[in-house]
Design a protein around this ligand. Structure first.
Ligand SMILES: Cc1cc2nc3c(=O)[nH]c(=O)nc-3n(C[C@H](O)[C@H](O)[C@H](O)COP(=O)(O)O)c2cc1C
Length: 202
């Protein structure tokens, strides 16, 4: 589909059984079960664009992306290793190796950064929610393109040393690392909310 231009009339809805099927069976694939290949450059750009096409109150764009592919994953591994060892100096070498290789688990990792405009009248809460929606859009887009994915934070979404290396500013946090690849093995269903426990009618 051609990218809509500003002001173009768009369909108000997109009836699509395949979308419903996808959403009803949507499942994350744990990063440890991901492998090559990842999306090609055009598909990755599209996943990023779909990620950015989220409900965003007053168009703040309270998010940005850092993409890791190829050698960048290994370079970032050095950062992860240094931060991990600083936190846990007595860690076993096998564990340190695991930490260094975290981003090697998938061909592509996208860090989704929540980037809050603190002086904007759109509440911070809403800006944060928007960056969560970005992550979900990306998972759905990746799945529809035929890729498996997982939204992860793990310790390195919160570690000060890692965040500094990522270039995060004071108004920024990691909403998630979106790992994208193909599944080594299909995931199994997990327990889901019991709808009657969470739905009431007013
Ligand atoms: C903000 C956020 C952070 C998450 N962080 C982790 C994580 O660090 N490690 C993990 O195994 N799953 C994490 N998850 C959960 C997975 O993304 C995923 O939801 C879970 O594996 C269950 O799979 P499902 O999406 O098929 O229900 C996180 C989810 C969210 C929304």
């Amino acid at each position: 589909m051609k990218k809509p231009g500003l002001g173009d009339v768009l369909p108000a809805c997109h009836p699509c059984n395949e979308t419903i099927e996808l959403l009803k069976a949507r499942r994350s694939t744990p990063a440890d079960f991901l492998t090559e290949p990842g999306p090609d450059p055009e598909t990755l750009s599209s996943i990023l664009e779909i990620g950015a096409r989220v409900p965003d109150h007053r168009r703040v764009t309270p998010f940005r992306f850092v993409v890791f592919e190829g050698d960048a994953r290994q370079r970032f591994g050095e950062v992860l290793q240094a931060a991990f060892v600083a936190n846990e100096p007595t860690a076993e070498p096998t564990r340190i190796d695991y930490e260094r290789n975290r981003f090697m688990r998938a061909p592509v990792v996208i860090a989704v950064i929540s980037s809050i405009n603190t002086s904007h009248r759109t509440p911070e809460w809403e800006q944060i929610l928007t960056s969560g929606a970005v992550c979900q859009n990306m998972l759905i887009a990746a799945s529809a393109y035929g890729f498996a994915a997982q939204w992860i934070t793990e310790w390195y979404a919160f570690d000060e040393r890692v965040l500094k290396e990522l270039g995060l500013r004071g108004n920024e946090r990691v909403t998630g690392y979106i790992y994208i690849g193909v599944a080594k093995e299909d995931p199994k269903e997990r327990a889901r909310p019991i709808m009657k426990d969470i739905v009431t009618r007013y």
